[in-house]
Design a protein around this ligand. Structure first.
Ligand SMILES: [Zn+2]
Length: 292
C-alpha cells in the first residue's frame, strides 16, 4: 500500500489558452493548498468566487466530457486537468479559472503537466488518502465495461481497450500502464482528444469548438485522421486511459488495484467511481487494521 505523503505545488503557476467549448481566451492558475484540502476549482469570475470540490458528488450529466457543479457554478471538461494533477501526485491544489472550462491546450494533459512540473512539489506532513480495491467491482455491460480487481500490492494499473467495429476509421487498440508520474509523462500525457468528423460538425452546429480545428485535436473522417498525424498508433486508447485517470481522481482518493476498462466513457467512469465509493470503506478500513 502507498504510504507516500500528500503533496501540493511549491508555487502558483499559470496556463493560458483557448476553451474548446466557449472559444474564449482563458487563464487557469494552479495555487498551492494546505494538507487535506483536496482539489477545488475556483470560479474567480463569478459573484462570490465559488469553490467547487473536484469530487464525484458534484458531477453533473454531460455527453463526452466530465463536468462538476455546485449551486450555479459549473466547470466543464475537468478530466484532462484532473489527470495531470492525479498522475503527478498533486493531492492539494486550488484551480482558479476565469471561465466555465479550463483552456483546452492540444486536447491532451500536456499543458497542465508542464505547468505543474514547472511549479514543483512540496511534501506535506500527512499520508495520502488511499482507496485500495479489496474485492472485484464491475459496472457496464457487454458493450462497455469497467472492472476493478484487487492486486494485493500497492500501485494502480489501468488497461484500456477500444473496438468501434470494422466500419470505424479508429482501429481496435489497447494500452496498459502501471501508473507513476514517470509512466504518465512517458506514455499518456500527450494523448489527445479525438472526435469523428460528424461529431465535430454536430458540436459546431451547437456553437461549440468554434476556434478548434483539426490541427488542435484529432478529427477522424472515414478515411482516417484529418490534417494531422497520430503521435502513437494507439493514441486514442491512451487518451481514453488519460480520461479514466482524470475521472477516477474525482473519487478524492489515490486508487490502488487493477482496472480494466473496455470502451468506457465519462458516464461509466463516474458510475465506476460511485460503485467503488459505495462498496469500499475508503481509507477507514485501513486505519482500523492499523489500530488493531
Ligand atoms: Zn478526454
Amino acid at each position: 500500500m502507498s504510504n507516500r505523503a500528500q503533496h501540493t505545488i511549491a508555487r502558483t503557476v499559470t496556463v493560458d489558452g483557448i476553451g474548446f467549448l466557449t472559444g474564449a481566451d482563458i487563464r487557469l492558475r494552479f495555487l498551492p493548498a494546505c494538507v487535506n484540502t483536496g482539489i477545488h476549482f475556483h470560479r474567480a469570475d463569478l459573484p462570490g468566487s465559488p469553490l467547487i470540490p473536484a469530487r464525484h458528488e458534484f458531477i453533473v450529466p454531460r455527453q463526452r466530457r466530465t463536468a462538476i457543479q455546485r449551486g450555479r457554478a459549473v466547470v466543464e471538461m475537468v478530466e484532462h486537468v484532473m489527470a495531470a494533477l492525479s498522475a503527478l501526485e498533486v493531492d492539494n491544489c486550488v484551480i482558479q479559472l476565469d471561465a466555465p472550462e479550463p483552456p483546452g491546450g492540444d486536447g491532451s494533459s500536456q499543458v497542465f503537466a508542464d505547468a505543474l512540473l514547472h511549479a514543483g512539489l512540496v511534501e506535506l506532513d500527512c499520508p495520502v488518502k488511499t482507496l485500495s480495491v479489496s474485492h472485484p467491482v464491475a459496472v457496464g455491460d457487454a458493450n462497455q465495461s469497467i472492472r476493478g480487481l484487487p492486486t494485493g500490492r500497492g500501485g494502480l494499473t489501468i488497461r484500456y481497450s477500444l473496438d468501434y467495429g470494422a466500419a470505424s476509421p479508429i482501429v481496435p487498440q489497447v494500452h496498459e500502464v502501471e501508473l507513476t508520474p514517470a509512466t504518465f509523462l512517458n506514455e499518456i500525457v500527450f494523448a489527445r482528444t479525438f472526435v469523428l468528423e460528424q461529431e465535430a460538425v454536430a458540436l459546431r452546429a451547437q456553437g461549440y469548438g468554434c476556434r478548434a480545428t483539426a490541427k488542435d485535436l484529432l478529427v477522424f473522417s472515414p478515411q482516417g485522421v484529418v490534417d494531422n498525424e497520430l503521435r502513437t498508433a494507439n493514441e486514442c486508447a491512451r487518451h481514453k486511459l488519460l480520461d479514466c485517470i482524470g475521472d477516477f481522481a474525482l473519487s478524492g482518493h489515490c486508487l490502488e488495484g487493477r482496472v480494466e476498462a473496455h470502451r468506457s466513457g465519462h458516464n461509466l467512469n463516474a458510475e465506476f467511481v460511485q460503485r467503488l465509493m459505495s462498496t469500499h470503506d475508503a481509507g477507514i478500513l485501513r486505519s482500523r487494521h492499523k489500530a488493531a
